[in-house]
Design a protein around this ligand. Structure first.
Ligand SMILES: *Cc1c(COP(=O)(O)O)cnc(C)c1O
Ligand SMILES: [Zn+2]
Length: 500
């Protein structure tokens, strides 16, 4: 739809006006730093940063009802810059002009309601929001679109050039970083560091296909992260991990979309997200807080953060009920099917501590909860979900297992509606499904396949016709007819089909 065809009263609000009033704010010393240079930690105290809009108060001059209309009408635009996460431009990155926005199809992922059978099994109403339907098949594209749009803007202003973007990754960050960097050829090149044999073949293929320089490092993600941090401290590189606050800002779009998907009614809603490096749950809390403060939503939804018992430092921290006695201790991770969340020392932990307190305070009651789930439950729920029409990855299974754990603990009532983050596409993690079906899980995963969920292909090899077709050797005439008859008979027999 063209701008001039929109109702007159909403027209002046549709096209965002870029404003240059953002700062990095340190979560340690509270100091603010300008954004002209890319920063990842506070130059004064070394703590992580978040981005703030110094004119955020101005957003409150527009009523919640008007904001809702602005976002709903923007849906009708065909302008690529506003088709993805920047539909919420004023909240995502008001400094980025529209012509610097990189849009590769990210965001606005489907929200799919579970069927009656699944809802019965899960004890209440729930939806998956399928973030695997992003361009590189994970939610990381939201943050990457934001980080790379900002870097693109810096390049256009001549503030940076010949950017080398680097990241450590459990697989999906590198797939996304490499994809977005490749779009900005020749101005940006990317290099990614992966823990050797700790990403799936699909995830390894992605940055290779996008032309990134790929390095495999012994150890786990936490080790890769240390190397990348050392590189970013010493050399002129752009760090694309969620330590980079621009990533967080883009990932806030997940919350904005949920609000819009449910017509901004967040009463009785529960948002469930898996936690790895904790960038995503940071963004989800921050996003809902911003919509709440500006009146776009009138209730803060409940948030459930889920971790596997094999990588659960955040869960452990919140196990201590007395806040003054909480003490963060990194854990040594064990193998997990939620491999993209297999992180023992999350970079965003200070952000989680800060925002969890703020969220609960703002809500006036505990609204953020943390649960842990077994590897077994992650696999079983993922497979069961996918047998009922979903395309959930193992982390989507973790969200569903987490919802059940949260219900058991009384955090979620049967009258509440859950929105589960399936953070990537099932096919990225199909190797775990294969291990389950073929009963090949190494012991340390602690997964015992449930026979009722196993599914394997059957080779039909008819005994009678001596001839079978092969590539380059097709059958013809009566040989072919005999083959077709024999094979169809055998299949009909196995399926118990009756003749018509
Ligand atoms: C990165 C990732 C996570 C964990 O998100 P964090 O922001 O690191 O907590 C979960 N699932 C998938 C598929 C991921 O790629
Ligand atoms: Zn500081």
């Amino acid at each position: 739809m063209k701008l001039e065809d929109f109702p007159k009263d909403i027209q002046p609000f549709i096209m965002p006006e870029p404003r240059n009033d953002m700062v990095y704010r340190c979560l340690g010393c509270g100091k603010e730093h300008g954004i002209a240079k890319l920063l990842y930690t506070c130059p004064d105290c070394g703590q992580v940063l978040l981005l703030y809009d110094l004119q955020f108060e101005r957003l409150k001059q527009i009523s919640g009802a008007t904001w809702r209309k602005i976002f709903d009408y923007r849906k009708l635009l065909t302008l690529p810059a506003l088709k993805g996460i920047y539909r919420y431009h004023e909240f995502i990155g008001p400094v980025v002009p529209l012509d610097a926005i990189v849009y590769l199809g990210e965001g606005h992922t489907p929200v799919v309601e579970a069927n009656a059978r699944m809802q019965e099994l899960a004890g209440g109403r729930f939806y998956f929001k399928n973030d695997g339907q992003n361009p590189s098949a994970s939610f990381k594209d939201r943050g990457m679109a934001s980080a790379l749009s900002y870097i693109h803007f810096l390049i256009r202003q001549g503030l940076v050039k010949d950017v080398l973007a680097v990241c450590a990754s459990t697989g999906d960050t590198s797939a996304s970083a490499a994809l977005y960097a490749s779009y900005l050829q020749p101005h940006i090149k990317s290099a990614v560091l992966l823990p050797h044999k700790k990403v799936t073949p699909q995830q390894l293929a992605q940055p290779l296909g996008s032309g990134a320089k790929v390095f495999e490092i012994p150890g786990v993600f936490d080790d890769c992260m240390k190397v990348v941090e050392a590189l970013s401290e010493k050399y002129a590189v752009a760090l694309l991990n969620s330590k980079n606050a621009w990533r967080i800002l883009g990932q806030e779009s997940y919350s904005y979309e949920i609000a819009q998907d449910f017509e901004y009614d967040m009463a009785g809603k529960v948002v469930v997200v898996p936690i790895g490096n904790a960038g995503n749950i940071t963004a989800v809390m921050s996003g809902f807080l911003k919509f709440y403060e500006t009146g776009v939503i009138e209730t803060l939804p409940k948030i459930i953060g889920v971790q596997s018992i094999h990588a659960n430092p955040v869960y452990r921290y919140y196990q201590e009920p007395d806040p003054s006695r909480r003490h963060f201790v990194p854990v040594t991770v064990r193998p997990s099917v939620a491999q993209a969340a297999m992180i023992g020392n999350p970079v965003s932990m200070p952000r989680v501590m800060y925002l969890t307190d703020l969220y609960n305070q703002t809500a006036g009651r505990p609204q953020v909860f943390f649960v842990e789930v077994t590897e077994q439950s992650i696999m079983d729920w993922q497979l069961l979900a996918n047998r009922n029409g979903h395309v959930a990855c193992t982390h989507g299974g973790e969200s569903l297992a987490g919802l059940l754990a949260a219900r058991k603990l009384g955090y979620v009532g049967s009258d509440e509606t859950a929105i589960l983050d399936s953070t990537a596409h099932a096919i990225k993690f199909s190797g775990f499904q294969e291990m389950y079906f073929e009963k090949k899980f190494p012991d340390e995963f602690e997964v015992t396949p449930n026979a009722s969920l196993i599914n394997l292909p059957e080779l039909i090899h008819p005994a009678h016709p001596t001839k079978v077709p092969a590539p380059g050797n097709p059958l013809t005439g009566s040989d072919f007819e005999r083959f077709v008859r024999a094979v169809s008979l055998e299949i009909a027999d196995k399926l118990g089909l009756k003749e018509v």
